[in-house]
Each structure stands twice: as structure tokens, then as C-alpha cells.
Write a protein that binds this ligand. Structure first.
Ligand SMILES: *Cc1c(COP(=O)(O)O)cnc(C)c1O
Length: 385
């Protein structure tokens, strides 16, 4: 890198917290209702309004939502569940925690998503469910996947952790399968510090999961006529969201249209700039049915650049450009799963390419057009150094 290289301040992710968000949290603390209250209920209602349909229950994280989802499906030892190799460990942990066996499927190179055909090829007599992930805001082809799933009678759990606002023909992801799960971890589209949501088109499914989320107590707090008296009909969890988080989620959600607008503009500017450099392939969607929500920009390094990925990341870091890797390994290559099932290098070639040769670049609402120009300059510098 030359001595004249600029120094930027471009973090990969930065939660967008304003006075409105802080005030909402403080209002909860000024009262006495810290859980089981109107803020979580309000957040759930606002979420349904944003999606334009369905039912929603707030949870403590996306991992909690995913665990609730597979507990509700009822998978266990001896059952197989299809999952993508290219995802966050949480997608697979939720299946493994239930005692079921994850069956990994490679993604498509262009979108990072699993295809309906690849899923179909992985179905066996033991398959009891399909876990899909909408990679970095690009939807999987849910109409095609649901056709395969319905023909085989298999429930689909959608991990929408990084696909808030993602739609197919106007229908929000998470509403195609049995349930959809969301994350409000700080770097995701919106944040509640930690937090999640689980949604479904089926009211009974959400009602059942909402009970399971709160120890499987048969009556909610407000439904108890005699305080303290309730029954517990099942073994359950405590995966609830707090009122502070619910209040924060509501103010965050108001910013979503602006967040998605900025992400799209940033993504398009950055993509155009990077493609000028050459030997960089940007993961994107090309389907006119899709509304992509640009969680980040995945730059896949090709040719001579591919082997220099980690050095380029370090050079970008030295110039003050924050990056990440989504995701750093096919989950089946992580020790926890390699130990159980073994791993053959080359088994998931498209996922391996993304893990080993790509850089995730920021396009979040904390950044604007100047930052995108700076990232392109930094990348030019890093590639030449
Ligand atoms: C971040 C992420 C999760 C985990 O979300 P938490 O809310 O932190 O539990 C799960 N799945 C995917 C695809 C993610 O990106």
C-alpha cells in the first residue's frame, strides 16, 4: 500500500440509534412493565403490518426462533433435515439441538441460495423438514421450493435473519413455509440489541409457538383471572423478548423504508464501481419477481485475486474499511459438524468459493455515496498493492 493511501472510517455495520430510539427505551424504564407488556405486542402488530399479512411472535433471538420452529415441527433423532451449507451456524444448531441430522446442500454460485432442484435431490425417506436461508437479502425461489416441499409433504422453516423486507412478487419471505425466523442482532437490518421474531400465515401455529416461548404456560399473564394460577401443558422455554427491546424494535421498524432505500442505492453504486476493477464478481439477483434488501455486498474475487483474499481484507482494514465474511465456512466444515459427520474438501464447491474467496462489504444506512466511492478507491489500492 502506498504512503499516500487514504484513511477512511467505514465500519462494516453500525446500528442506527437516534433519540427516538433512546426515548422509547427510557419510557419503558420509567414505567413498571418490563415484560409481558404492550411494547412487544405492538412490535408484533407493526411487524405484521410491515409484512402485509401473517401472524408474529417476538422472541429473544433468531436462534431462539429457529429452535422453537424445529421443536414445533417435532424433529428428533433419526430424522434428517435439509439445510444449506452456506449459512450461519444457528440455522444448523437449531436442527442439531433437536437431535435431528442436518443434511447439507450446496448453494448456487450466482445467488448464494439453495435451488429447488438441489433440495429435491437431497430428500430421502428420512427427511422430515427443509430449512432454507435467504442469503444476504436475496430470496430463495420459494414458489419452486414450496412445490418440491408440498409434493414430499415436508415443512419448510425459513431463516430470514438477513432478509428483512425481502419479497417475491410482493409476498414477504417467511410467509411461504411453515414459519419464518428473523434476527435483530446489532448489524442486521434493524436491531433490538438481541432479539428475534417468528412468523407464519397460520394463526394457530404462532399461538402454539408463543406459548412454547414462555414455558408453555397455558394462560398469558393478562389472561390469568386469579394471579399466579396457571397450568403448564408441555415442556417449554423462556425465549421471550423484553419490553425495552420491543419498544426499540418499534422505533427501528419505522426507519425500515429509509434503511432499504439507502442500502439499495449504496449497493448499486458500489457494485458498479467494483465491476470496473475487474476480476470481482458481485453476488446479486436477476429475477424480476424479487425485492432484494441488500444486507451487504459479496465481492467474489476471481483469477489471481482469489488467493489473495485475506491480504486484501487486511489492506482494506488498514485503510479503515470494515469488512466481514458471510459466511466464513460452509457450516459442515465447522469443527462441531466436521467432528460429527466428517468433511470432504470440495463437497460444497459454491459455498467453499464464497467462504474462501469473497469479501463482504458494507452498504448499510450509516454510509452514503461518498463512502461507496471510498470503498472502490480502497479496493483499487488493495488490489494493486
Ligand atoms: C445472524 C444470523 C442468525 C442468528 O441470529 P441471532 O439473532 O443472533 O440468533 C441466524 N441465521 C442467519 C442466516 C444469520 O445471519
Amino acid at each position: 500500500m502506498s504512503d499516500t493511501a487514504q484513511k477512511y472510517d467505514i465500519p462494516f455495520g453500525r446500528p442506527w440509534i437516534e433519540d427516538e430510539d433512546r426515548d422509547a427505551v427510557m419510557r419503558v424504564l420509567q414505567g413498571h412493565v418490563l415484560t409481558h407488556g404492550p411494547e412487544c405486542k405492538g412490535f408484533e402488530d407493526d411487524w405484521v403490518a410491515m409484512m402485509g399479512g401473517g401472524y408474529a411472535a417476538s422472541t429473544s433471538s433468531c436462534m431462539a426462533s429457529l429452535h422453537l420452529a424445529w421443536m414445533d415441527v417435532g424433529v428428533g433423532p433419526g430424522d434428517e433435515v435439509i439445510v444449506p451449507a452456506m449459512t450461519h451456524a444457528a440455522t444448523v444448531h437449531a436442527v442439531a439441538l433437536c437431535g435431528a441430522t442436518p443434511v447439507f446442500v450446496d448453494c448456487e454460485a450466482g445467488s448464494g441460495n439453495m435451488t429447488a432442484d438441489a433440495i429435491k435431490a437431497a430428500i430421502t425417506d428420512k427427511t422430515k423438514g427443509i430449512g432454507i436461508v435467504h442469503y444476504i437479502g436475496i430470496p430463495c425461489d420459494m414458489p419452486a421450493i414450496m412445490k418440491v416441499a408440498d409434493a414430499a409433504g415436508l415443512p419448510v422453516v425459513e431463516d430470514c435473519a438477513i432478509a428483512v423486507g425481502t419479497r417475491i412478487d410482493g409476498i414477504h419471505v417467511g410467509l411461504f413455509g411453515h414459519v419464518g425466523c428473523y434476527s435483530f442482532y446489532p448489524v442486521k437490518h434493524i436491531t433490538t440489541c438481541e432479539g428475534g421474531m417468528i412468523v407464519s400465515n397460520n394463526e394457530e401455529t404462532v399461538a402454539r409457538i408463543a406459548k412454547f416461548r414462555a414455558f408453555s404456560v397455558d394462560r398469558t399473564y393478562s389472561e390469568r383471572k386469579v394471579p399466579g394460577i396457571y397450568d403448564v401443558a408441555d415442556v417449554g422455554m423462556n425465549y421471550r423478548m423484553s419490553e425495552m427491546q420491543g419498544a426499540l424494535g418499534r422505533t427501528q421498524l419505522k426507519k425500515l423504508p429509509e434503511i432499504l432505500k439507502r442500502r439499495k442505492a449504496n449497493f448499486e453504486a458500489l457494485k458498479a464501481g467494483l465491476e470496473e476493477i475487474g476480476a470481482i464478481r458481485v453476488i446479486d439477483d436477476t429475477d424480476p419477481r424479487y425485492t432484494n434488501t441488500h444486507y451487504c455486498l459479496i465481492a467474489v474475487l476471481e483469477g489471481d485475486l482469489a488467493a489473495r483474499r485475506d491480504d486484501i481484507i487486511l489492506a482494506l482494514q488498514a485503510m479503515g474499511v470494515g469488512t466481514s465474511v458471510y459466511y466464513p465456512h460452509p457450516v459442515s466444515r465447522l469443527t462441531a459438524y466436521k467432528k460429527r459427520y466428517g468433511y470432504k474438501e470440495g463437497a460444497y464447491p459454491n459455498a467453499e468459493t464464497i467462504s474462501d474467496r469473497s469479501i463482504a462489504l458494507p452498504v448499510g444506512p450509516h454510509l452514503g455515496p461518498d463512502d461507496m466511492r471510498d470503498i472502490v478507491s480502497a479496493m483499487q489500492n488493495a488490489v494493486r498493492s
